[in-house]
Design a protein around this ligand. Structure first.
Ligand SMILES: NC(=O)c1ccc[n+]([C@@H]2O[C@H](COP(=O)([O-])OP(=O)(O)OC[C@H]3O[C@@H](n4cnc5c(N)ncnc54)[C@H](O)[C@@H]3O)[C@@H](O)[C@H]2O)c1
Length: 340
């Protein structure tokens, strides 16, 4: 299938100081030399300007601001070719403790961006999650496809689902030039220590025992964040406007298997962890069928060796303690207060 190629020279990356957004900014700077990036980021607890420090200032500019600030968004969008929208409140546990910032950023923030994009006819790519589809049973051979009905479980995933629906409606009613991607769980450098893999790795670096939710059999479909970045770029530039693409790399593993791989990497016995109370509503299994992305856009993941990607990620956390240390104690205090 042939698609028109869209060649943006200037793009806004919202949430470009977060985990996946900053990896995308690095990817664009490295792989697409003619493109200038404006990062729009509020620098919440999850945003760290260090994630993009050192990138050339003639390629990357940081604007500290809120995607809900309509005047700021209007001004920035009037000067760009495309918006790639990563900014979000992204952590399920936090959404259970207090859903309100999730409504504000994930729903109102998306609304603010798509209103500006439709006003200026600017191309918009919406980064979403497979969690909008709810979960699958462990013994179900099915995987999510672009046709799977939405069935979000948590405040986080329901606000992401709401934002996807806004984008679809704006595309249909107002002709917004939008694409959407729904990706599975990412791993790699610059991920906040509240998330599963960095939390276990940094606990082990600290000599503490890792902590595993529930029965540990919840399955996640892991993808290296670098492969997510190449998929988003492929969809932005070669995807069909109005379409949704699922992004995944056939990386299904249950949490206990991932934890045991991490323990092995630290030379610790594989049962050297503590069980903790499960998260309410914890989704059982996610699995992505990325056939459409692979067939239509010829995308392939490069990081198919999970053990190698995990080892490299562990090395990154060992080598970058000053990056994660300031957030560690507050994160563990929050988990302790939730009994996790
Ligand atoms: N983490 C995953 O595995 C995963 C998987 C699929 C999709 N996603 C999606 O990818 C995106 C990025 O996820 P992440 O894990 O990198 O998140 P993150 O929490 O690491 O980063 C979010 C970034 O958004 C910024 N931000 C938050 N609210 C903002 C606001 N109102 N205005 C401007 N900036 C704001 C934060 O400062 C931070 O830099 C999210 O949309 C998420 O739903 C994540």
């Amino acid at each position: 299938m042939s698609n028109d190629i869209f060649e943006p020279r200037r793009i806004i990356v919202t949430g470009g100081c977060g985990f996946i957004g900053s990896n995308f900014v690095h990817h664009v700077v490295r792989e697409h030399p003619g493109v200038r990036v404006t990062v729009l980021d509020k620098l919440t607890y999850a945003g760290n300007p260090e994630n993009i420090a050192g990138l050339p200032s003639d390629r990357v500019e940081l604007v500290v601001g809120d995607i809900c600030d309509a005047a700021l968004v209007d001004r920035l969008v009037s000067e760009t070719d495309a918006v790639v929208h990563y900014a979000a409140e992204s952590h399920n546990d936090n959404s259970i403790a207090d859903p309100s910032p999730f409504l504000e950023t994930n729903v109102r923030g998306t609304y603010t961006l798509i209103e500006a994009c439709r006003k200026y006819g600017v191309r918009y790519h919406h980064v979403s999650t497979d969690e909008v589809y709810g979960d699958l049973a462990l013994d179900d051979p099915a995987r999510f496809t672009e046709e799977t009905p939405y069935r979000p479980s948590s405040p986080y995933s329901s606000t992401k689902a709401a934002s996807d629906m806004l984008v679809r409606a704006w595309a249909r009613t107002f002709g917004l030039k939008a694409t959407i991607s729904n990706c599975s769980n990412n791993y790699g450098p610059y991920q906040h220590v509240e998330k599963f893999i960095p939390r276990q790795v940094t606990n082990l670096i600290d000599g503490a025992r890792p902590r595993l939710y529930g029965d540990g059999r919840n399955v996640r479909d892991w993808i290296h964040t670098e492969d997510h970045s190449s998929a988003v770029w492929a969809i932005l530039t070669r995807g069909r406007v109005g379409e949704t693409y699922l992004v995944g790399a056939d990386g299904e593993r249950d949490n206990i298997t991932v934890l045991r791989e991490i323990l092995r990497a630290f030379g610790r016995p594989e049962d050297d962890f503590d069980w903790v109370r499960d998260r309410p509503g914890h989704d059982r299994r996610y699995a992505i069928d990325a056939t459409k992305l692979r067939r239509e856009l010829g995308w392939e993941p490069a990081h198919t060796d999970f053990a190698a990607g995990l080892a490299e990620t562990i090395r990154w956390y060992r080598d970058n303690e000053p990056w994660w240390r300031p957030a560690k104690e507050a994160t563990e205090a929050r988990y302790r207060a939730q009994g996790q």
